[in-house]
Design a binder for this molecule. Structure first.
Ligand SMILES: Nc1ncnc2c1ncn2[C@@H]1O[C@H](COP(=O)(O)OP(=O)(O)OP(=O)(O)O)[C@@H](O)[C@H]1O
Ligand SMILES: [Mg+2]
Length: 451
């Protein structure tokens, strides 16, 4: 496995030259510059490397037997589109280099060149790659704070959970997140990814329940051109995209036996195969998985592979249901009130004592998600200075756990009605999307699209 890749955070440099002494001296130059270098002595070898590992910059000789620099660059556009190319051309072949620039090469240098020239050209390209990455991270962080992605909670149970999160986040260990629907597994998964040493690496997420089996396999492991009808081009899977980063496998309890076998191999050997190919590719991916199923019981019932369960269960974090940490209710309610008041451009002084009593008394089968929905609804419906009991959903308002009716004001749009019905059904099924879909007579995928 590629252990070396974790040491350096920066972009990698791939040097390709068929002249062995040139290759050696270039490699030395950049290693001394502190750049992580991989070298290849021909175009095919280089392409193989580009397939397997993330390369920021490729410095390649233009004239090489068999696959030349230009052909390599063209091929790389499909297997590694993020890599930028710098071509080394001999005197008299500058025309070719110009052609390459038109096709998207980043830069070229003409031989013979001075050390400082080539170093400067490569530096510029590496810096640019670094910048692109930093921007991506920055953008992601901004999005997080705007979406109100902070983890709220001060109860003992939540403090223990957050302690554990900060302990495991920096490692590369596999983490399994368990807990009822709506307890915040996805939120915690994102916090783990942010706090990890891989925060600068790619962060990829897949919802295993949102796709039918055959598509899920292709999504996870990728496919070659022509692997199945409709596979008109090669596509990298999420595992390959997450190389050197983290892959979040949500709803892992919903995977089929066939997908489970492949996941096991990916975790155990760090290897995957694209559909339609028998060539193993190594991937260096940290896995964070989540499910609202009782995975141990699923193993017991023969629906989930035991060996995969143990692979995933290196560190497991179980998120407590909201009814077991009622101390957090006021904090969470205030948090969501601020969030949704701002979104709806309204202002409230707070939540009335009577309404807070109701919130504290309710059992929250849908956990934090249900609370969030209740507050959002109350914000939309309330006209006064504070949130009062009558703005709360009827079952909470009346404190009747068995009441399962909906009342919808005349004049509500069909789209809103649909959303409300789906949301309330999900609350009633404690977040079980399959059951909700059955009750509503719609596809599970539709539920994922609408929530
Ligand atoms: N501790 C928390 N602080 C703030 N918001 C929270 C917290 N826990 C959950 N939420 C919010 O509640 C909603 C549901 O959380 P999330 O999607 O993480 O649940 P989940 O456990 O993944 O549920 P499911 O099993 O149904 O997928 C999200 O909008 C999330 O931001
Ligand atoms: Mg989730």
């Amino acid at each position: 496995m590629t252990n070396d890749v974790e040491v350096l955070g920066g972009a990698r440099l791939l040097i390709v030259d068929d002249d062995a002494s040139n290759l050696a001296s270039l490699t030395r130059i950049f290693e001394r510059e502190g750049v992580e270098v991989i070298s290849a002595s021909n175009g095919d070898e280089a392409l193989e490397i580009l397939r397997r590992v993330r390369v920021g910059v490729c410095l390649t000789d233009l004239m090489m037997p068999k696959t030349n620099g230009l052909e390599l660059m063209r091929a790389a556009q499909t297997v590694s589109p993020e890599t930028v190319f710098i071509l080394m051309t001999a005197f008299g072949t500058v025309e070719k280099a110009v052609e390459a620039m038109k096709e998207g090469a980043w830069d070229f240098v003409t031989k013979p060149f001075k050390r400082i020239q080539i170093v400067r050209a490569v530096r510029r390209a590496l810096d640019r790659q670094e910048l692109v990455r930093e921007n991506e991270i920055l953008r992601a962080q901004l999005e997080e704070s705007h979406r109100g992605r902070a983890v709220i909670g001060n109860s003992l149970a939540m403090r223990r959970t957050l302690d554990l999160v900060s302990q495991v986040a920096p490692s590369s260990a596999t983490v399994l997140l368990l807990g009822e629907s709506g307890t915040g597994k996805e939120l915690i998964a994102r916090a783990i990814v942010r706090g990890s040493g891989r925060a600068t690496g790619p962060q990829v997420a897949v919802n295993c329940a949102a796709l039918p089996d055959s598509l899920l396999e292709a999504e996870l492991f990728g496919h070659e051109k022509g692997a199945f009808t409709g596979a008109s081009t090669m596509r990298k899977g999420r595992f390959e995209m997450a190389d050197r980063g983290t892959l979040f496998l949500d709803e892992i309890g919903e995977t089929s036996p066939q997908v489970q076998v492949k996941l096991l191999r990916a975790l155990q050997e760090g290897e995957i195969e694209r559909l339609g190919s028998s060539q193993p590719r190594s991937v260096d991916v940290r896995i964070v998985a989540a499910t609202n199923k009782d995975l141990a019981a699923e193993v017991e019932a023969g629906r989930f592979r035991e060996d995969l369960y143990y692979r995933l269960n290196v560190i497991s974090i179980t998120l407590p249901p909201l009814r077991d940490r009622k101390d957090d209710i006021p904090l969470l309610a205030q948090h969501f009130l601020r969030l949704y008041a701002e979104k709806n451009q309204k202002q409230f002084d707070g939540i009335s004592d009577a309404a807070m009593d109701r919130l504290m008394a309710w059992s929250w089968p849908g956990n934090v998600r249900e609370l969030e929905n209740a507050i959002e609804r109350a914000v939309v419906l309330s006209r006064g200075d504070s949130i009062d009991v009558d703005a709360l959903p009827p079952q909470i308002h009346q404190g009747n756990t068995d009441l399962r009716t909906l009342s919808i004001p005349i004049g509500t749009s069909l789209a809103d009605i649909e959303n409300t019905v789906i949301r309330e059904t999900l609350n009633a099924t404690k977040g079980d999307k399959k059951m909700a879909a059955q009750l509503l007579g719609i596809a599970v995928r539709t539920i994922y699209r609408k929530t």
